[in-house]
Design a protein around this ligand. Structure first.
Ligand code: MG
Length: 301
């Protein structure tokens, strides 16, 4: 197995609920000892990054803030590099709103260029309705990730996916989605690791996000069976991760004495570049707002 750096899912991969998976802390220590860069990835945008740092630290993992990439942070990077200066109405919990504000995203309560939809566990009718009006007036919709459900200790909670579909349908728009399994998240993570996207290895327990992202991007992946997937689900899925292991405790054995690939200079986001070769996002939003204004604002329902 060739590797430049590791992207590691959290829930079901290094911990389950509030308990670390046996061997997970040793796996992280192994990566650190060998100087192999790694970043923990989560699509869950219902908490700020410091929440995950505190949780991992509490569980005994030797990690820092730089080792954590949430879909919110990836979205903030996207906004500050690809939507520079454009105003944002956040649909988010207070911690995540603060995370965006602290990163310099211009947040507004009226007439935003962009509505950013996160996994907002404090969502209200007022927020939904405001976003609805903004999108109908031509604001762009950006969502942190696409998951329909979020795993809990013993079940699943409703996540962001149904809200994305509601806004897309009601406002006749298409969301830009940042998190797993989209390539943007992988490219952001590769940038954090300082390696080319194709030199990353994604480690995770969920087929439709963790492994799907790697399959789509043509990178390597390791499916761990310590979370929500079993071999029967894998065979029904019809696509294949590069490796399947019982848990992350088995990964040092796969790596053995192999060295990581050298750092490459080229770590730019190819898909972002593609987006930017078209008309600028600011011009698109302005044109959409003008059109919606002259056409009465609301699409016919
Ligand atoms: Mg998981």
């Amino acid at each position: 197995m060739r590797f430049g750096g590791f992207m590691i899912d959290m829930d079901g991969t290094v911990y389950k609920g509030g308990v670390s998976i046996p061997g997970a802390k040793d796996f992280v220590s192994f990566l650190k000892r060998r100087g192999i860069p790694f970043v923990f990835l989560t699509n869950n945008s219902s908490h700020g990054r410091s929440f995950y740092l505190q949780k991992l630290t509490r569980l005994g993992f030797d990690v820092g803030m730089d080792n954590i990439l949430t879909s919110t942070i990836a979205t903030i990077r996207f906004l500050t590099t690809q939507r520079q200066g454009m105003t944002v109405y956040p649909v988010a919990v207070p911690d995540v709103v603060e995370e965006m504000r602290a990163a310099g995203v211009p947040l507004v309560e009226e007439d935003p260029d962009i509505v950013v939809l996160t996994f907002d566990t404090s969502i209200t009718y007022e927020k939904i309705n405001k976003a609805f009006h903004f999108l109908n007036s031509g604001s762009e919709l950006i969502a942190t990730h696409p998951d329909d459900v979020c795993p809990t200790e013993d079940s699943y909670d409703i996540d962001i996916g149904p809200f994305i579909r509601m806004f897309e349908q009601m406002c006749q728009t298409t969301a830009t989605v940042i998190g797993k399994p989209n390539r943007l998240m992988l490219e952001m993570a590769a940038g954090e690791l300082g390696v080319a996207p194709e030199d990353t290895v994604m480690v995770g327990d969920r087929l439709t996000t963790d492994i799907e992202m790697a399959v789509r991007a043509g990178t390597q992946s390791i499916l761990v069976l310590s979370g929500e997937t079993d071999m029967e689900m894998l065979s029904r899925w019809g696509k294949a991760p590069t490796k399947v292991v019982d848990s992350v405790a088995d990964i040092p054995g796969l790596i053995g004495n192999r060295s990581r690939l050298p750092v490459r200079a080229e770590t730019e986001c190819a898909s972002v570049r593609k987006t930017d070769s078209r008309r600028s996002p600011r011009a698109l939003v302005a044109a959409r707002k003008a059109f919606r204004r002259t056409s009465g604002g609301f699409p016919s329902f």
